[in-house]
Design a protein around this ligand. Structure first.
Ligand code: ASP
Length: 438
């Protein structure tokens, strides 16, 4: 019998997880059972993915950079990557602004509902505001300063320091390019082989994906806040969802135009990563799978994907920037504020920067939203308005973030002549006898 494709397996896992949680929440013991006995498997699954992220970045990026052989191809690829990322992010924010200005979801919120929301979520919003304040208090060059770790083991010991690990890996790779090949050979072979092992580990983790997402979604359903508030915020949420879906269409179109690959090829190839991003709300946790899908299913050469994707997972968040634009204007509308054209241009700039600064973890986009609000002079208390629906929107925007990274890696690969045919490897693919003995 033909095996069901991975994205179907994951979708079924998600559907069954939601169903299971709905059924069990009819019983008094249901929620407790899910929290105690089901949720831990979701956490274990996410942990396994995160576990692989730092070694994966180190091995694949060092391998990717050192394979480039000269510094000029590195800087050329770097420049293209950053410019393409910036362009897609600006497109995303603009789509968000367009939608929220046309549909004006904030104007439909009655003042009673607004007060109710502020009351229910005021406390959570205050915490988010304080977190953002910490980021705001830092100097203008703080981000640059944070890029360079003072200890690589320190940096690699926390998943929140991905950019520092990326910096080290690129720096290390450059060092390898600059020494004679004979001298760099042993270390290169070491990282090549480490990379192979890690890719195999990702295959193994993905075998558990349908069960992992089952547990994650079941836990999410029993922990979700009341549905009444969701309905009040439905119109706003619809605007974000509409914008995000449009953005996925934009990627498929851009990929089609520049690489001549069909939208179906692109979306089919990347779908398991999208679904995983949806279930985990974390681009960083999804990174190993994004890399695997982009290399094996979309045909991007590892030299490109190993460079473009880890950077993208941390700095390219188109879904997040789109959401921040819609949310900021929505809150302004709900408070009866009119935003000038200049203020909206300011939102494009701050949402672009804020999405670059957002960590690739659940809820990070909301923390950085405070900065967008502050800059545009919109009351930060308005965060409380959107708290209730943040999680589902986080899930969706994370999927878009990951899709954007994949699309850009295809564009960069095409421009570097490094886009080939898919080369799918299964977890149980056997090495040939020669490969084993070689
Ligand atoms: N959860 C998102 C991500 O990991 C960031 C966000 O909160 O928007 O990409």
């Amino acid at each position: 019998m033909k095996k069901l494709e991975l994205h179907w397996q994951i979708l079924i896992g998600m559907g069954l997880g939601i169903l299971f949680a709905f059924i069990l929440s009819n019983f008094e013991w249901g929620s407790g059972f899910i929290t105690d006995w089901i949720k831990p498997f979701g956490t274990i699954f996410i942990n396994a993915l995160k576990l692989i992220a730092v070694p994966l970045i180190l091995a694949s990026l060092i391998k990717g950079v050192s394979d480039l052989k000269d510094i000029s191809s590195l800087s050329q690829m770097g420049l293209r990557t950053i410019l393409t990322y910036l362009t897609t992010t600006i497109i995303a924010v603009s789509i968000g602004l367009l939608i929220v200005n046309v549909f004006e979801p904030g104007k439909s919120i009655e003042s009673d509902t607004r007060e109710e929301l502020v009351e229910s979520y005021g406390g959570d919003a205050e915490m988010t505001r304080q977190n953002a304040q910490k980021q705001k208090d830092s100097g203008p060059l703080q981000a640059l300063e944070d890029l360079v770790p003072d200890n690589i083991f320190g940096a690699a010991s926390s998943n929140s320091n991905m950019l520092q690990v990326i910096f080290f890996a690129i720096f290390f790779g450059i060092g390898m390019i600059l020494i004679p090949e004979k001298k760099s050979k042993p270390i290169k072979e070491f990282f090549d082989s480490l990379n192979e092992v890690i890719l195999k580990m990702i295959d193994l983790i993905m075998l558990a994906a349908p069960y992992g997402v089952f547990a994650l979604l079941a836990a999410l359903v029993v922990e979700a806040p009341s549905t009444d508030l969701f309905i009040a915020l439905g119109y706003y949420a619809l605007c974000v969802v509409g914008g995000l879906l449009l953005m996925i269409g934009v990627y498929a179109m851009i990929v089609g135009i520049f690489t001549k690959k069909s939208p179906r090829f692109f979306l089919n190839g990347i779908s398991p990563a999208q679904l995983l991003a949806f279930s985990t709300s974390s681009s960083a946790a999804t990174l190993p799978v994004t890399m695997e899908r982009v290399e094996e299913h979309l045909g991007v050469h590892p030299q490109v994907s190993s460079f473009v994707l880890p950077i993208g997972a941390t700095i390219n968040m188109d879904g997040t920037s789109l959401y921040q634009a819609v949310a900021a204007v929505f809150i302004a509308q709900a408070f009866g504020m009119e935003l000038s054209f200049a203020a909206q241009l300011g939102i494009i700039a701050t949402a672009t920067l804020a999405s670059i600064g957002s960590a690739a973890v659940p809820g990070a986009g909301m923390v950085m939203l405070v900065i967008v609000l502050g800059q545009a002079g919109i009351p930060e208390a308005g965060l409380a308005l959107i708290f209730a629906v943040d999680r589902p929107l986080d899930m969706l925007r994370t999927s878009v973030n990951v899709t954007g990274d994949a699309a850009v890696s295809m564009l960069v690969a095409k421009s570097q002549n490094k886009l080939g045919d898919p080369n799918v490897k299964n977890w149980d693919d056997k090495y040939t006898k020669e490969e084993f003995e070689k």
